[in-house]
Design a protein around this ligand. Structure first.
Ligand code: F3S
Length: 417
């Protein structure tokens, strides 16, 4: 790789051993991907936050960087860790596990990271602009900033993301290069009426289907309604990145690099085309729905973390009602959104109903203590529908916002599911 004078100085150790280690790793990685140079980044988002992802070895690496004097050199946000620092005891986390999480938290604080602990930093704490190079990890966030914002990032591996934040550099490869951002497969929506794509869950199921079919190609989606909201694109991003390896998609007429079909494909006229009909979406949803009991043990919302608007909708739906005894209702969000929701009175409404607002973390990043095995979850998230069965051994029923609230209140599978 061609290095600038400053990058060579980093590599020579002029800015300390921590910085030197970070850039050394990035030089090796750049070589593996055939990168010719580094790109400076304006901001970073780290995925390697959960102890259940990086374990002791990863914790020791972050501590090593921090102990050797490294600091993040650009504004850096961070994904959910493995415990809610306030309510972990109510969430079945053990003392021993909490200590591990606290050790990792301290190392990141020493590194100078913004303690957001959220997988949706683009909702308020880290909002890149169109065309900007950033170094992000966390699959939903990568897909969202590439596609919906039009910033540029690769899906960086855990701990490499930390090195990028420290060095403020990323090897130029993959989605940083214009030619790799062209659409590669077209999905046309056929036969949907005006009632389709009103609720987030519709986007989650469609996203999962598109991601699974596209695998690692850049999908272009034609036919989503103009009324599509950012929260719905968030659900699509998360599900497409879970069903497949989508890190960039184009929704014609909605996302910034796809004002037209031609622009989405960078002028190419030959590509594979797949038609998606209501029957296929229904089939996908039926596949994700593995819940086989009437009784619901958990309603899980906030994968990715919820926006203010979504919390407002839950509060309006549950006001004056009570979560059913024997059913838990977890609502995952970030600190800033929680504070705003609290100012608006929604936190009080939700807590009065008996639901739990979870911050800092999410259920899938917590201790794998087996307590959810075989339980029946209701969720509106395509990503949770993929991860919670795989990680926690649960069964899933997908539902829209109203169905999730209904399941929490009745303790039963919602009628529309
Ligand atoms: Fe976020 Fe956890 Fe889902 S990190 S996207 S809530 S699996």
């Amino acid at each position: 790789m061609q290095l600038t004078e400053y990058e060579q100085e980093m590599l020579d150790g002029r800015y300390g051993e921590g910085m030197q280690a970070a850039i050394e790793i990035l030089v090796k990685m750049g070589g593996l991907y055939g990168a010719e140079r580094f790109l400076p980044v304006k901001n970073a988002h780290i995925d390697a936050a959960a102890y259940t992802t990086i374990w002791d070895a990863g914790t020791e690496f972050v501590e090593f960087l921090a102990d050797k004097g490294a600091k993040v050199s650009v504004p850096t946000t961070i994904n959910p860790m493995s415990m809610d620092t306030r309510r972990w005891r109510e969430q079945y986390t053990s003392e021993a596990f909490a200590e591990k999480c606290e050790r990792l938290r301290k190392a990141y604080m020493k590194l100078g990271v913004n303690p957001t602990w959220t997988c949706a930093p683009y909702q308020c704490t880290n909002v890149p602009v169109f065309g900007e190079n950033v170094s992000w990890s966390e699959s939903n966030a990568v897909n969202y900033v590439n596609s919906v914002v039009g910033a540029r990032t690769e899906r960086l591996p855990d701990l490499v993301d930390v090195c990028c934040a420290v060095a403020g550099r990323v090897p130029e490869y993959g989605l940083y290069l214009e030619e790799n951002r062209a659409g590669e497969i077209l999905f046309t929506l056929k036969g949907f009426d005006g009632s389709a794509f009103r609720d987030t869950v519709d986007y989650a199921v469609l996203g999962y289907l598109v991601g699974e079919t596209a695998v690692n190609r850049v999908p272009v989606v034609l036919g989503l309604p103009e009324s599509t909201m950012p929260d719905q694109l968030k659900a699509f991003s998360a599900a497409a990145a879970s069903g497949g390896a989508t890190s960039l998609f184009h929704a014609v007429g909605l996302t910034p690099e796809a004002p037209t079909l031609e622009a989405a494909f960078h002028g190419k006229t030959t590509y594979e085309t797949v038609e998606i009909t209501p029957a296929e979406v229904a089939q996908m949803r039926a596949r994700l729905n593995t819940g086989d009991t009437e009784k619901v043990d958990m309603v899980l919302m906030g994968c990715p973390h919820l926006s203010f608007q979504e919390i407002k909708e839950i509060a309006c739906g549950i006001e004056g009602k009570k979560v059913h005894e024997g059913t838990e209702f977890w609502i995952q969000t970030s600190h800033p959104i929680y504070e705003l929701a609290s100012l608006a009175g929604y936190v009080e409404v939700i807590e009065k109903a008996g639901a739990m607002l979870v911050r800092d973390t999410c259920l899938m990043e917590m201790e794998y203590n087996g307590i959810w095995r075989g339980k029946h979850f209701v969720t509106n998230s395509g990503k949770a529908a993929q991860y919670a069965p795989a990680i926690n051994g649960v069964k899933i029923t997908m539902a829209d916002m109203a169905g999730c609230v209904e399941a929490a209140v009745t303790g039963k599978k919602p009628k529309e599911a």
